[in-house]
Design a protein around this ligand. Structure first.
Ligand code: B12
Ligand code: SF4
Length: 471
């Protein structure tokens, strides 16, 4: 069968509660979920696999349509996020316009949250819930046999108008069994990031699932238990990328350092293989220690992204973050000791948050003094405890995410948490927060003295100008 996997154009993304200026500079990341599916099929099936990343290739719908026409797929698979649903549906429609017999399969976080609503969207034929590798292959192998599909866990489809949901498939036990993402199927040299030192970047997932329970976060589609790949398996993938000319990596694991021993093993393996790489990780301050930081630095880790989220202990409790600012200070100092740059995430507009709390956050941002901060306005995402509790207590009046999932409209603006502030007030505060942090003479001086290349200078200058221009 000819299988086409598409990352749809990014023309109608529902932007959260943040000024678009913050989203614009993010560069391009490979559609890793699709590449995992592709890698699995390339290794374990005879299907003919093509991947189109409309975003990195900057394809509009007309060009995408003629590409689909020339490939003539039997089946098309797409990743659906709630915020990208409009573009997913537009892509679904142009696929069916080229040939109404092409079967359409959606996967990804949105599908997992809203299976019933998504399968009822026009022209959608099947859904794959949760991890897609095994389920997608089994679905393809049995696609015309509805009697057999009923026995395949992890799919949703319609039979004579009735929705059949075969339930969630147990998570893949040994992640080392999954082939590496098929990066060769996309123009992998075009991916870049504002954060990277060199121009070509890729993303890597060395584990799946996060065991923590922060109230603003929802990522149930990969499970709540932490499953990790072995150090050897991870570093073999890095080596494959280096051989393809990729030297910069964003490790996008939700919380990379949960298992200390594994982190040290990954570092040793990178050092032993003498890989010329730079990499960033994302983690929490309560699962790192000095030994890890020392090894991370030695192995080329060039950045740690820590989620701090708020400056006041009161709001940290609301967010169920389970950390303290005191601990953050210690860990930031340790991270600086090993000269690893820090990016810290913060949010404003949280439940119970007053102006005083927000100013405490701005103060803490400066006290902690990371190299970069990423400050956003909380969007109560579907499936999060904040959203679900808001619905229960009546703070959120309507289940607007479910309404959107049923009837997606491009002009949908996700409401912010409107307990104390209007959207405009939060926007103004957000800009104030950015300016307070970035427009400090000492900070600017420190940044300029650390720039190592022309490419880095251009990227940073662009970002800097934007902060200055924020109104
Ligand atoms: C890296 C990342 C990004 C990157 C790259 C996105 C990309 N092209 O992959 C960037 C920074 C660009 C990004 C942007 C956004 N992201 Co993002 N992102 C992530 C992150 C951290 C990792 C994604 C990843 O690579 N996962 C690893 C792979 C292996 O998992 P996966 O993608 O889920 O794929 C598996 C399954 O879902 C399934 N599957 C996925 N697609 C398909 C398709 C088919 C056909 C099948 C059968 C199966 C299948 O099989 C895959 C393999 O098992 C996730 C959080 C997370 N832990 O997953 C958030 C996440 C996916 N992002 C999210 C959001 C909201 C966004 C934005 C909308 C941000 C915004 N503006 O608010 C944008 C939209 C981007 C766009 N237009 O495409 C949400 C989605 C929530 C939701 N309800 O849909 C998540 C879950 C984080 C969160 N909870 O806030 N993101
Ligand atoms: S915010 Fe980070 S630590 Fe908290 S649940 Fe989400 S991924 Fe896990």
């Amino acid at each position: 069968m000819k299988v086409l996997l598409i990352n749809p154009p990014r023309e109608n993304e529902i932007i959260g509660n943040n000024p678009s200026i913050i989203e614009e500079e993010r560069g391009y990341n490979p559609p890793l979920g699709l590449l995992y599916i592709a890698g699995y099929l390339v290794k374990n099936s005879n299907h003919n696999i093509t991947v189109i990343d409309s975003q990195v290739e900057k394809l509009n719908y007309n060009v995408l349509s003629s590409r689909i026409n020339s490939i003539k797929p039997d089946v098309v698979g797409l990743t659906a996020m709630t915020m990208t649903l409009i573009d997913v549906i537009k892509t679904v429609h142009i696929i069916k316009e080229t040939n109404k017999h092409i079967k359409i399969i959606l996967g990804g976080p949105h599908v997992h949250l809203f299976p019933e609503e998504t399968i009822n969207l026009e022209d959608v034929d099947y859904l794959v819930l949760g991890e897609g590798e095994e389920t997608f292959k089994e679905l393809l192998d049995n696609i015309d046999d509805k009697a057999r599909l009923i026995n395949i866990p992890g799919i949703v489809f319609k039979d004579n108008g009735k929705v059949i949901n075969t339930g969630i498939r147990p998570a893949i036990k040994n992640l080392d069994d999954i082939p590496f993402p098929a990066r060769h199927l996309v123009p992998y040299k075009k991916y870049s990031s504002l954060l990277s030192k060199r121009s070509v970047v890729t993303t890597v997932f060395t584990s799946r699932g996060c065991p923590f329970q922060c109230s603003f976060c929802d990522r149930p589609h990969l499970g709540n238990s932490f499953r990790a790949r072995s150090a050897k398996n991870v570093v073999d993938e890095l080596e494959e990328c280096v051989n393809m000319g990729i030297h910069d990596f964003l490790f996008y694991d939700d919380t990379f350092t949960i298992k200390r021993k594994r982190v040290l093993e990954i570092c040793h393996e990178i050092i032993n293989k003498r890989l010329d790489i730079a990499w960033d990780i994302r983690t929490r301050i309560d699962v790192v220690n000095e030994e890890m930081l020392k090894h991370l630095k030695k192995a080329g880790c060039q950045g740690i992204h820590y989620g701090i989220e708020a400056g006041s202990e009161k709001i940290l409790k609301v967010l169920q973050k389970g950390i303290t600012i005191e601990k953050a200070k210690q860990v930031f100092n340790l991270t600086r000791k090993y000269k690893i740059p820090i990016l810290a995430y913060f949010m404003i507009g949280n439940p119970n948050e007053t102006l005083e709390d927000i100013y405490t956050t701005f103060k803490v941002m400066k006290v902690l003094n990371p190299d970069y901060v990423h400050l956003t306005i909380l969007t109560p995402f579907p499936g999060t405890k904040i959203y679900l509790n808001g619905l229960k207590t009546g703070m959120i009046k309507r289940d607007y995410w479910r309404e959107f999932a049923k009837k997606p409209t491009p002009d949908f603006i996700p409401p912010h948490w409107d307990e104390f502030f209007t959207r405009n007030e939060l926007n103004a505060l957000l800009i104030q927060g950015y300016r307070k942090f970035y427009i400090r003479p000492l900070y600017i001086f420190r940044r300029i003295t650390r720039i190592k290349s022309m490419d880095e200078l251009t990227k940073k200058a662009k970002a800097g100008i934007k902060v200055f221009a924020m109104k």
